[in-house]
Structure formats: C-alpha cells, structure tokens
Design a protein around this ligand. Structure first.
Ligand SMILES: *[C@@H]1O[C@H](CO)[C@@H](O)[C@H](O)[C@H]1NC(C)=O
Ligand SMILES: *[C@@H]1O[C@H](CO)[C@@H](O)[C@H](O)[C@H]1NC(C)=O
Length: 245
C-alpha cells in the first residue's frame, strides 16, 4: 500500500511532467490535403511525429517537450510513386517518407517558428516567409499571459508572385513563390556580407511583395522586429493552414 509521501511524490511528478509539455494543434482549413512537417532546432531530439497527413477540415495534435525550439510547415501536392517513394510538390523534405525524420523543408515554404521557454517564461513565435511562400498559415497561442496575439499570413502570395519567383505545378498554376534570396542568391536579398546588418539590408521590391500581402510575417531576414510575437505562462499553440483573413 502506498503511504502519503509516495502519493505526494507521484502527484508532484505528474504535475511537473504536465508543466513540461506544450500541445501544438494543427487545423487544415484549406480545401486540399496538407502534410505538416516538423523540425526541432539545435540538434535536439525530433518530436514524436516529424510529418503526417492532414485531410481538408481535419485537426491533429502533437506534444512538444518544454523548453522546445523548432519550426512547422505544410507540404502540398504529395504522393507516393510506384517504387514507394513519397514526395511533395511544395515544401518537400526529401525523406522519401511522410515523416521528415530531421530534414527541413526545401524552400519555398511558409514557416511557423516557435521558441517555447521553460517555467512559463516568454515564448516567441512567428510566421516566416524568409524562405518563400507555399500556403497561407497562422499560429495562435491558447491560454498564456501577455500579448499572445495570433500571427497570421492569410493571403495567397502565389496569386501575386512575380514571374521570376514563381514555382509552377505540372498544370502551369503557381504553387509556390520563392524568396528573392533563394532565386537570385545575392547579398542584398539574402542579407549576407557585405549586406549583413539591418542598415545595409533594407527591404527590396521583392520582399515588399511578401510584406504587403502578409505584414505580420517576416518578409526577409531583417524585417521589423514586430514580426516576432510573444506569449508567457506556458500557452499551447494552434497552427491553421489557410486561416480566414
Ligand atoms: C525589382 O528590382 C529589380 C532591380 O532593381 C528589377 O530588375 C526587377 O524587375 C524588379 N522586380 C519587381 C517585381 O518589381
Ligand atoms: C510593424 O510595424 C510597421 C511599421 O513600423 C507597421 O506598418 C506594421 O503594421 C507593424 N506590424 C505589426 C504586425 O504590428
């Protein structure tokens, strides 16, 4: 029979285990299937799922340890070929499987970046179009204290993507929009030396297209700091593909 001290220890262990997890819920509001991918940063262990299928209208959750830092994205146009190799038309992670297994998304890909800190401290999160755009996405903290605003890129940047940045599908439609850095690999677009400070890497006519469509998202490496959002107190997060505007 357990004595009171054992019961107290177990209760505390369960309490602290609970405080060391955050739930990320994915909702697919797109009229098509999306295959979310995840990548944990800083050589830390990958999450229990690094990729899965999410039908139109479906929701699914993942748990992260706390602290945790990493990114999420949505792959589109995925299929498995005759040899059993899985691949996607956008935001492909080149694992050959539905799970990304520690691989990131090949640009262009709309990214959700989340930095969850320990002990209910101040989390950071953002939507980034620094690696280009493939589909609209938002990230919303649930619970938590402080600012805790939704960061959203609800616009379809593909619809206004200039010809030189377009990625076209087999039917000729625009399925993703590259960043100028990916397309031209030049310092003024990539903010690499000698343009590697905010002062020497102002917005460009290309980053402005992303900024105009989705002002809350990072449009290039040195976009305003106000594209980073904060929330304290250990919130959970909801990531929505094709959020309403
Ligand atoms: C952006 O500027 C570059 C160089 O200044 C020019 O070649 C290009 O056509 C412009 N593109 C757009 C979409 O405005
Ligand atoms: C960020 O700041 C710029 C001006 O500095 C403003 O136009 C933009 O709306 C701000 N974005 C957000 C998400 O507050």
């Amino acid at each position: 029979m357990m004595n009171n001290q054992v019961i107290l220890s177990l209760t505390l262990a369960i309490f602290f285990a609970g405080a060391h997890a955050a739930t990320i819920t994915f909702t697919n509001s797109c009229p098509y299937t999306v295959w979310p991918g995840s990548l944990t940063s800083d050589q830390q262990p990958q999450l229990s799922s690094t990729g899965f299928e999410l039908a139109s209208g479906a929701s699914s959750s993942l748990t992260t340890p706390v602290p945790w830092k990493g990114r999420f994205w949505g792959r589109t146009g995925c299929s498995t070929d005759a040899s059993g190799k899985f691949s996607c038309a956008t935001a492909e992670c080149s694992s050959g499987q539905v799970t990304c297994n520690g691989n990131g998304a090949i640009p262009p890909a709309s990214l959700v970046e989340i930095n969850i800190v320990a002990n209910g401290g101040q989390d950071f999160y953002d939507v980034s179009l620094v690696d280009g755009f493939n589909l609209p996405v938002s990230v919303a903290p649930q619970g938590g204290t402080g600012d805790c605003q939704t960061s959203s890129c609800p616009a379809n940047v593909n619809a206004v993507c200039p010809a030189e940045l377009q990625v076209q599908g087999s039917d000729g439609s625009v399925i993703a929009c590259k960043s100028a850095c990916t397309q031209f690999n030049q310092p003024q677009y990539c903010c690499t030396p000698p343009n590697d400070t905010p002062d020497t890497c102002p917005p460009t006519n290309y980053s402005q297209i992303f900024e105009d469509q989705c002002p809350q998202a990072y449009s290039y490496a040195y976009d305003d700091v106000n594209s980073t959002f904060t929330c304290s107190g250990g919130p959970n997060y909801v990531i929505t593909f094709c959020p309403s505007a």
